[in-house]
Design a binder for this molecule. Structure first.
Ligand code: UT7
Length: 324
């Protein structure tokens, strides 16, 4: 039987112009550049301007991914947008992007899996393409986390930033085992851990947006364990060894999590793409932002084997393996 594979045809990202340094952060809450860098590796984060929304960032990233892929928006028949900070309660931010790109065919919808959102969205789009339900998809992770953090809570506000990243996935017939494309994805969730990382508001419960709340040190422990488990599971399912992976493109929550996972799985840190110092935690945007940076600077090349992973509120977590 013919098998369809989703090839990463193009990648793009966009960050708001405004940069907020750790120094500036220490004027807002009782913190210091030293504490933030030692505990997280973060040096700065980008913050959306007044009136600049998740859709604005997502649109810019999507346009760059389309350019990079050399695909016209009129050939896109699926948009899956991962965000926890949509422009509106409804309609979905994905449909806003669809209209802005002038796309009138196919389907567009948002996915809510918080920081794991991009991995979920990519897996969904890959399944649509594999089933022949879509030909070319834009998968976007876009966030304005600055709008939901509590700017008086030093334990969370120093961690997050705004941004967007996008990929274009194109369906192609698989010809050989080393073809470029998404090889496997692995999605998990366990709702018992809701209280460790959540937003304390929403349309139905409080009729308000609410603020992000996190018991950071407990999330940290789960993150290292669950991320490492998802990476070994996906590698096992795809029949590849962790050593065969060329680049690890993780969710960027904390440099110590990246290093803890790398240590656990004996991964050389040079193979781990890290952007946390410059972007902070951009939730669903962090994986495609890191992917785009490493493609732009020439580290990731066509044919390389990539392992992407994330953990976020819910908990949700998971991984995706792709040959670029
Ligand atoms: O993206 C979704 C997944 N999210 C994550 O994976 C985040 C996981 N968690 C983390 O990255 C880390 O747990 C944090 C960076 C959030 C915190 O680091 P930690 O080493 O786990 O610190 P802690 O929460 O145990 O707090 C240590 C101390 C506390 O003071 P006491 O109780 O020891 O006196 C905190 O009050 O650090 C204090 N603290 C701060 N001090 C200065 C917490 N936040 C700050 C701050 N500045 N911003």
């Amino acid at each position: 039987m013919d098998e369809r594979v989703s090839r990463i045809a193009g990648v793009g990202s966009h960050l708001p112009a405004r940069i907020l340094s750790n120094e500036e952060m220490s004027a807002l809450v009782d913190t210091s550049d030293e504490w933030i860098r030692e505990r997280t590796g973060i040096r700065q984060r980008h913050i959306a301007a007044e009136g600049e929304t998740t859709a604005d960032l997502a649109e810019a990233a999507a346009r760059k991914a389309l350019d990079h892929a050399g695909i016209d928006a009129s050939d896109i028949d699926l948009i899956v947008l991962a965000t926890t900070t949509p422009d509106f309660t409804f309609p979905s931010t994905a449909t806003v992007i669809q209209a802005r790109l002038g796309i009138t065919q196919g389907a567009a919808f948002d996915v809510q899996a918080v920081c794991t959102g991009f991995v979920y969205a990519m897996s969904i789009a890959d399944n649509f393409i594999a089933r022949g339900q879509a030909r070319n998809a834009i998968v976007i992770g876009a966030e304005t986390m600055s709008r939901i953090v509590d700017w008086t809570d030093r334990t969370t506000c120093v961690l997050f930033g705004d941004g967007a990243g996008a990929i274009v996935l194109s369906g192609e017939e698989r010809e050989g085992p080393n073809d470029p494309g998404v090889l496997a994805s692995y999605l998990r969730s366990d709702g018992r851990f809701k209280d460790l990382l959540h937003v304390d508001g929403g349309p139905s419960s409080t009729q308000s947006v609410g603020h992000l709340r996190m018991v950071g040190n407990q999330v940290f422990r789960h993150a290292v364990t669950n991320i490492a488990e998802s990476m070994t599971t996906i590698a096992g399912r795809a029949g590849v060894a962790i050593e065969d992976v060329d680049w690890f493109v993780p969710h960027q929550a904390n440099q110590r999590i990246l290093e803890g996972v790398a240590r656990k799985l004996s991964i050389p840190t040079e193979k781990v793409i890290s952007t946390v110092a410059d972007h902070g935690n951009t939730s669903a945007a962090s994986v495609p932002l890191a992917l785009d940076r490493a493609i732009q600077d020439g580290r990731i090349k066509r044919g390389d084997l990539l392992l992407m992973e994330a953990l976020g509120g819910g908990f949700t977590w998971g991984a995706a393996l792709a040959r670029y």
